[in-house]
Design a protein around this ligand. Sequence first.
Ligand SMILES: O=C(CSCCNC(=O)c1cc(-c2ccc(F)cc2)cc(O)c1O)c1ccc(O)c(O)c1
Ligand SMILES: [Mg+2]
Length: 214
Amino acid sequence: TQSTRPQRMLAAVHNNATRGDPRSVVKAIDQFCRQKEWAMNIGDEKGCILDSVVSEVNPAMVLELGTYCGYSTVRIASQLPPHAKIITLEFNPQNAAVARQIIAWAGLGEKIKLIEGSSGDWIPKLKEQFGVDTFDLVFLDHWKDRYLPDTKLMEECGLLRKGSILLADNVICPGTPEYLEYIRNSPRYKSQYFKSHLEYTRVEDGLEKSIFLG
Ligand SMILES: O=C(CSCCNC(=O)c1cc(-c2ccc(F)cc2)cc(O)c1O)c1ccc(O)c(O)c1
Ligand SMILES: [Mg+2]
């Protein structure tokens, strides 16, 4: 039976990355996406911006919305301080299955909790189910029309604290106009745009970094 793109990406990781070496996993995926097949990972260019935000925030608790194959999950988790954790939500079971194996190959299983399901269902359950208090960093990379409703949901569920950082991918391509409008005009956030390119292309895209002011 025909393999899927995430399965071919996983094979590239098994064949080209060193088990237990997250940077080699990231490199193998970027090479696969540049040389073989484009895929919607944040990629190496925007990935460097993500890395700098993670190291600046040095978060104890991270929420990622949209795991896909786990590329950004591995990038973030490889920079977390000891005992820090990332919870990542993925809607698509096939993508989640591949992500679990890529995360395991990178040796980061202890730091990462992957939940299969929709963000709208799970965000209201995170406190009771996983004993979460608030998140220091939230990375938004799921359905682009869910960025705004899920941000409002996180506010309502008390998952953000004064100083929590939201980092949103794809605010230009595919684009998240309602989210940008809200977050840039809300007195409860201070936002900054990091201009970049759509992963593995020359098309403009960027990341929006926003601090929750409480
Ligand atoms: O894809 C989803 C929703 S979650 C992924 C959201 N991410 C994106 O859509 C996303 C898209 C692009 C992008 C795509 C085509 C372009 F021409 C240009 C840009 C880039 C990104 O960086 C992204 O993050 C899903 C849902 C249910 C399922 O059953 C399933 O198989 C998949
Ligand atoms: Mg993205």
